[in-house]
Design a protein around this ligand. Structure first.
Ligand code: NAG
Ligand code: NAG
Ligand code: NAG
Ligand code: NAG
Ligand code: NAG
Ligand code: NAG
Ligand code: NAG
Ligand code: NAG
Ligand code: NAG
Ligand code: NAG
Ligand code: NAG
Ligand code: NAG
Length: 670
């Protein structure tokens, strides 16, 4: 039976059959009218801000509260068993009367803006099995009374702004607890504490454990998903990974974990699917046994101190979707056997010391979406087969290597390519005319109806992209918004093909430090999305096309060190770029912002007032705003704050379903 179907049946059954379980409590002094009273109290505390007016209009006195949105009642006793007000944008506090909903089994207030403390009366909800207050703006600590919830299986309090410390007593009776998620909460428990529960999933984020891997976590031998992010763990992996045979996902990013990956890692974690260890101090080379982890789908060891060669057996990882080894000290070549890893969608090897040529066998990795091999010492021709086989590529970064030869026209055949960065190599020849065929660089990303959404439920996707002369790290689902072409610092010759100006979706274009000649294409002004344009250090000549002033989003421009002549065009956006160094090294240029005045003869027709008027009121697009708002999924708020929430929400959806299935088997079977 499908999980969703099971859940629906569960809900259906809950109307008819759950009475069996709740009848015993019928003697409670609380009754359905106290439930109504509690709900109205909850409403009156939450109503501070209810953007969709849901509670205000729907939860109205005199109507049956069991029909209210978010409320599910048991049929026989008409008592509230499930309250789900998640994702409603609600503000306000949680009323202490919530503790009177004595039949409540699931309480879900996640993804709102609720403030105040968790009322300790929540500890009175003795039937509670699921408590999800994640992603709110609560304050204070975890109330001690939660330790009395002896039926609780799922406790999810992360991103709720809680802080403080928890002790053994917070978990006193939580024998059934199976999923626990906390952040910014410290554990002050005895070293030899053995919790009453056996967790399947544990997520501790920014928990400041410091040093050794906690002993009590080692007792959780049934764990399937273990997350300990930013917890200052400085242990070695071989010291603690032996305990968790059943893990399918291990997320330990941003700690100080040291030492090598254990040689028998595949025996330690035989079922692992996600192995996330970025930002630690793992050293030495990747062990061959890594290749025996046949279930592995996501692997992120970036920003560690890995060295040595890539294991030749990597191709055994047939299910691997994402391999990130960026920012390590790995040397040697990309192994020929890479063709076996044909499920790869993300391959990030940037900033290592890789040498040799990219193996021809790599063409079998036809599912690649992101290929970043930048900042290595790879030599040889730019592979033609990339253009023939990797038709899903969105991002191709080969910058800072030792590629030589011509830019193959096959590259133009990548229909989805939106970032092409081959800067800082030893490429020769011209920019191919076919560059205008890169259709994903043509469209205005905003108007495109096929945006590229990477699976948000996957682990952190990070890569480094250089734009505007500044290196920044973007951690995001790639949106169509990043459209960039960088061929700077090569030995390219010839003219800038006019076809290039068809790439109207480009946000960044860098052709600098080459030997390009001829004029700047007249239609440069068609590239309306352009924010950063660098043509400096070439041998370009002629006048600057007046269309340049049509680039109303431009915030970074460099035309210096060419042979340009005549008057600098005037336009609103260009006038904000008043640093004369943009134009320096072009002795025949004149007009503002250069001190040199133009003689009548060299005047070019200036821009119509019309144009200036049309842009009146436009604000200069602050690239920071653009990038943080649209492209980066808010790195500042942290991975877990954005992707993490979604990730866990998916897990939680599954939890609900699992919960439902279990109920059904209880009803029918056990
Ligand atoms: C519920 O209990 C209260 C007292 O706690 C009583 O006044 C009320 O009549 C009861 N209502 C129902 C529907 O049983
Ligand atoms: C509240 O919403 C539910 C579901 O949309 C609906 O069935 C019910 O009639 C509504 N109640 C009121 C009082 O609007
Ligand atoms: C409901 O809870 C409040 C506060 O927790 C309490 O004062 C009140 O007596 C309770 N109501 C009933 C009917 O028990
Ligand atoms: C890591 O955790 C510490 C507290 O232990 C916190 O101050 C810091 O902001 C966290 N860093 C990140 C990136 O979440
Ligand atoms: C691992 O999972 C299997 C099957 O679910 C179970 O039988 C076994 O006890 C688990 N092992 C541990 C160490 O929890
Ligand atoms: C790897 O790190 C461990 C622990 O920091 C250290 O003892 C060991 O010498 C390192 N190995 C190498 C090859 O540097
Ligand atoms: C892995 O190797 C270590 C020692 O190298 C050993 O203690 C441990 O039992 C091994 N684990 C498994 C699962 O084989
Ligand atoms: C190439 O990829 C296909 C699947 O795309 C796979 O079946 C095949 O085994 C791979 N070839 C090699 C040599 O691994
Ligand atoms: C590679 O990363 C190291 C830090 O890990 C940094 O010092 C170095 O500058 C980077 N190299 C390049 C070319 O970005
Ligand atoms: C780059 O490759 C050329 C041959 O194409 C070679 O002569 C040169 O030494 C290489 N440079 C580096 C830094 O590896
Ligand atoms: C570029 O290529 C030329 C000729 O192949 C070679 O002499 C030169 O060393 C290369 N430059 C770099 C930086 O590798
Ligand atoms: C570019 O596109 C045009 C028209 O779609 C086509 O005729 C041409 O062959 C393409 N060029 C390349 C190199 O793919």
């Amino acid at each position: 039976m499908g999980k969703e179907a099971a859940a629906i049946i569960f809900l259906f059954l809950s109307f008819y059959s759950l009475e069996i379980f709740v009848a015993a409590a019928a003697t409670s002094p609380l009754n359905s009218s106290t439930d109504e009273h509690s709900l109205l109290a909850i409403k009156s505390h939450i109503i501070t801000y209810d953007p969709n007016n849901i509670l205000a209009s729907n939860w109205s006195l005199g109507t049956d509260f069991c029909t209210w949105i978010g409320v599910t009642c048991s049929r026989k006793h008409l008592r509230v068993t499930w309250l789900d007000l998640s994702n409603m944008g609600l503000q306000g506090t949680i009323a202490k009367e919530i503790g009177n909903l004595s039949f409540l089994r699931m309480l879900v207030l996640a993804n709102n803006k609720l403030s105040g403390t968790i009322p300790s009366s929540v500890g009175d909800l003795r039937k509670l099995e699921l408590l999800d207050l994640s992603s709110n703006r609560l304050s204070g600590g975890v109330p001690l009374s939660l330790g009395q919830l002896s039926n609780l299986k799922y406790l999810y309090l992360s991103f709720s702004s809680l802080d403080g410390t928890v002790f053994e007593d917070h978990f006193a009776k939580l024998e059934k607890l199976s999923w626990l998620s906390l952040n910014s909460i410290k554990f002050k428990v005895k070293l030899d504490w053995v919790p009453p529960f056996q967790l399947e999933q544990l997520a501790l984020i920014s928990c400041d454990i410091g040093g050794q891997f906690p002993q009590w976590v080692r007792t959780q031998k049934e764990l399937m998903i273990l997350t300990m992010e930013n917890c200052s763990i400085s242990d070695t992996l071989s010291n603690f990974l032996n305990n968790f045979q059943n893990l399918t996902a291990l997320y330990l990013p941003n700690n100080h974990i040291q030492g090598p990956l254990p040689k028998n890692i595949s025996q330690m974690l035989p079922f692992l699917e996600s192995f996330i260890l970025d930002q630690n101090r793992i050293n030495e080379s990747l062990p061959d046994s890594l290749c025996e982890m046949k279930s592995l789908e996501f692997m992120d060891f970036s920003r560690n101190h890995l060295s040595g060669n890539l294991p030749g057996c990597l191709g055994n990882l047939h299910n691997l979707i994402s391999m990130k080894l960026s920012f390590n000290e790995i040397s040697g070549g990309v192994p020929n056997s890479i063709d076996g890893a044909s499920s790869l969608q993300w391959l990030l090897l940037n900033n290592n010391s890789l040498t040799g040529k990219l193996p021809f066998s790599m063409k079998n990795c036809t599912k690649l979406i992101v290929l970043d091999i930048g900042d290595n010492m790879i030599a040889g021709d730019l592979p033609k087969w990339i253009g023939n086989y990797m038709l899903d590529l969105r991002v191709l970064i080969l910058r800072n290597n030792n590629f030589s030869g011509l830019i193959p026209f096959e590259v133009c055949q990548l229909p989805k390519l939106q970032i092409l960065d081959i800067a800082n190599n030893n490429l020769t020849g011209g920019i191919p005319d076919c560059v205008g065929n890169l259709s994903s660089m043509v469209v205005n990303p905003e108007s495109h109806d096929d945006p590229f959404y990477y699976d948000l439920d996957g682990p952190l996707e990070t890569f480094t992209e250089v734009l505007k002369g500044q290196e920044r790290e973007y951690s995001y689902k790639i949106s169509r918004y990043v459209v960039n072409l960088d061929v700077s610092n090569n030995n390219l010759v010839g003219k800038i093909p006019w076809e290039l100006t068809r790439l109207s979706g480009l946000i960044g274009l860098n052709l600098s430090h080459n030997h390009l000649v001829g004029k700047i294409p007249e239609r440069i002004g068609d590239m309306k999305s352009m924010e950063s344009l660098d043509l400096s250090n070439n041998n370009l000549s002629g006048t600057i096309p007046s269309g340049l002033s049509d680039l109303s989003s431009i915030s970074h421009l460099n035309l210096s060190h060419n042979n340009l002549s005549g008057q600098i065009p005037i336009g609103r956006q260009l006038q904000t770029l008043e640093n004369p160094s943009i134009y320096e090294g072009n002795p025949q240029l004149c007009g503002a912002p250069l001190p040199k005045k133009c003689e009548e003869a060299s005047m070019v027709p200036s821009i119509t007032n019309n144009h200036v008027a049309a842009n009146e009121g436009d604000d200069i697009i602050d690239d920071k705003v653009l990038f943080s708002g649209v492209i980066i999924c808010g790195f500042a708020t942290g991975f877990w704050g954005v992707i993490g929430v979604l990730f866990f929400n998916k897990r939680w959806r599954e939890a609900y379903f699992e919960f439902a299935e279990e109920k059904i088997s209880r009803l029918f079977g056990g």
